[in-house]
Design a protein around this ligand. Structure first.
Ligand SMILES: [Zn+2]
Length: 258
């Protein structure tokens, strides 16, 4: 058993038994952890609202070396991010980022998920609703890159040949990136990747901004990202928050006023 005190971000939280909550947090010190907050649902809970979704703070955790569930002994909130709950566009996008972090998470990631996710959530929180999809897509690809899964865009993911920057190519999820024309012809699995889409992905992976031309471009990028993630997770479980985010972004006006 070791005690850690670490900058942390609440990614998920659910009730457990009568009085407790189980919380999944991204920590700087120990990657993503599941922790139990005993008594968190009591009226005089020592945690108060500190462990609400998307809150940042310093978590005090008793880490058990051989278990998957650790004990949260305190959480000093430093930032609540209530702005994410104030807009459905922001909330669904933030939930998709959170799901991505949880599904790809492992312990001892040197804090990379924590740092990338907090940065993305802060930018989503400041964005106007119509800017949110592009910002969240850029952020999701940055998290993917931080986790070491960045797709290959300038070399063929099949034969490693250099790819000309302006060619329209095929994106193959299983191969892990763009394919040259020859490899694209060999395996009919991929999706067409127009030159502009490849340039947009390149910008996002480098941490730069790139706006989306229209809603069909946005939908194509959301689908490409989700399919890429599902291929790399390989467990057949759907990415529920991603599906909700795609559905919400498809009719933002209808849902915002519902
Ligand atoms: Zn090739």
């Amino acid at each position: 058993m070791r005690l850690i005190e670490s900058d942390s971000l609440v990614l998920h939280s659910f009730d457990y038994r009568e009085t407790s909550r189980i919380v999944r947090i991204a920590t700087r010190e120990a990657g993503v952890l599941s922790v139990i907050a005993r008594g968190a649902r009591r009226p005089k809970s020592p945690f108060g609202s500190a462990i609400d979704l998307f809150t940042s703070g310093v978590a005090h955790v008793r880490v058990h070396p051989s278990r998957d569930l650790h004990v949260l002994t305190g959480f000093d909130a430093t930032r609540t991010r209530s702005e994410l709950a104030g807009s459905l566009a922001r909330f669904t996008a933030a939930s998709a980022i959170s799901e991505l972090c949880l599904r790809f998470a492992r312990e001892d990631d040197s804090g990379r998920v924590h740092d990338a996710a907090t940065a993305v959530l802060d930018v989503i929180g400041q964005a106007a609703p119509d800017e949110v999809p592009a910002i969240a897509l850029a952020g999701a690809w940055r998290v993917v890159a931080e986790l070491g899964f960045a797709p290959s865009l300038d070399q063929c993911a099949g034969c490693h040949a250099d790819l000309a920057p302006n060619d329209a190519l095929t994106f193959d999820h299983r191969a892990g990136g763009a394919l040259c024309e020859r490899c694209g012809r060999l395996g009919p699995r991929g999706r067409p990747l127009p030159a502009e889409a490849r340039e947009t992905l390149r910008c996002w992976l480098a941490g730069a901004e790139s706006a989306l031309a229209d809603s069909s471009t946005r939908r194509a990028h959301q689908r490409l990202l989700r399919e890429f993630l599902e291929e790399h997770l390989g467990d057949g479980r759907p990415l529920r928050a991603f599906v909700t985010w795609e559905g919400q972004a498809a009719s933002p006006a209808a849902v915002e006023h519902a």
